[in-house]
Design a binder for this molecule. Sequence first.
Ligand SMILES: NC(=O)c1ccc[n+]([C@@H]2O[C@H](COP(=O)([O-])OP(=O)(O)OC[C@H]3O[C@@H](n4cnc5c(N)ncnc54)[C@H](O)[C@@H]3O)[C@@H](O)[C@H]2O)c1
Length: 263
Amino acid sequence: MSLENKVAIVTGAAGGIGFAIARRFVQDGAKVVIADLDDARGAAAEAELGALGEVRYVHCNVAEKLDVRNLVAATLDAFGDIDILVNNAGIVVGADFLDLEEADFDRVLGVNLKGAFLCSQAVARHMVDKVKDGGTPGTIINMSSVNAVFAIANQVPYSISKGGMNQLTKVAALSLAPYGIRVNGIGPGSIMTEMLASVNSDPAAKARVLSRTPMGRVGEPSEIAGVAAFLASDDASYMTGQTLYADGGRLPLNYTVPVPDED
Ligand SMILES: NC(=O)c1ccc[n+]([C@@H]2O[C@H](COP(=O)([O-])OP(=O)(O)OC[C@H]3O[C@@H](n4cnc5c(N)ncnc54)[C@H](O)[C@@H]3O)[C@@H](O)[C@H]2O)c1
């Protein structure tokens, strides 16, 4: 198995894409820490994936430095090492540009971008110490979005946070390359999770999404987990500073595609 005996932290893994990544990593042989705010879903995720391998849930708000410090300590306590970090936790707040509240701007940037920085820095310090002691380098994966490249008018802080995420990927990759630590990103298109629930329950919104999706369907969380498993594995050993887009063809599209009626 490609991640045999590796230790991974996946943030925001109580549900959605993060949970699918945690599941895939366990199936690939890794020991996984699920870091999330939602204790009930986190405990359920730990119980479900615990049947497949070694899994721990740790409460962590990635936007809080003390929580992140505790996450690193709890992971080292449980599994003695950290080889892989996936910065997946993310939130959206929809509001028009002229109406957006400052607090909502701060909240989204705090989780999506500062949270990824805090986790990366704390985990990278451990990874660098390990390399200096003769150990193997680890790897970091940042969950970006197609919205890092193009924008949605009422998703102001989200689009900004994902643009920043791509630069975090590049700057961390350059900073950590001398230690052999790789940092890459994944940019999903529309993926079937709770984040997409409002779109999914509204046929007109769904048609708008599909009209911009050449493959004609939204993606499954497992299809993002597959990309994460590749980037975390030695198959990606010469890749760093890249963001890979798994988006059903959305980014290359410069028109809309016809969508059949639902019924
Ligand atoms: N679903 C999509 O279509 C899509 C598309 C592009 C990018 N993404 C990105 O993928 C990632 C996961 O999205 P998803 O669709 O699975 O979302 P989701 O809402 O289903 O899951 C997000 C998880 O993050 C957790 N979380 C929220 N704030 C947190 C915090 N401060 N600290 C720790 N955990 C926190 C939530 O409790 C939840 O378990 C996000 O970064 C999102 O921006 C999603």
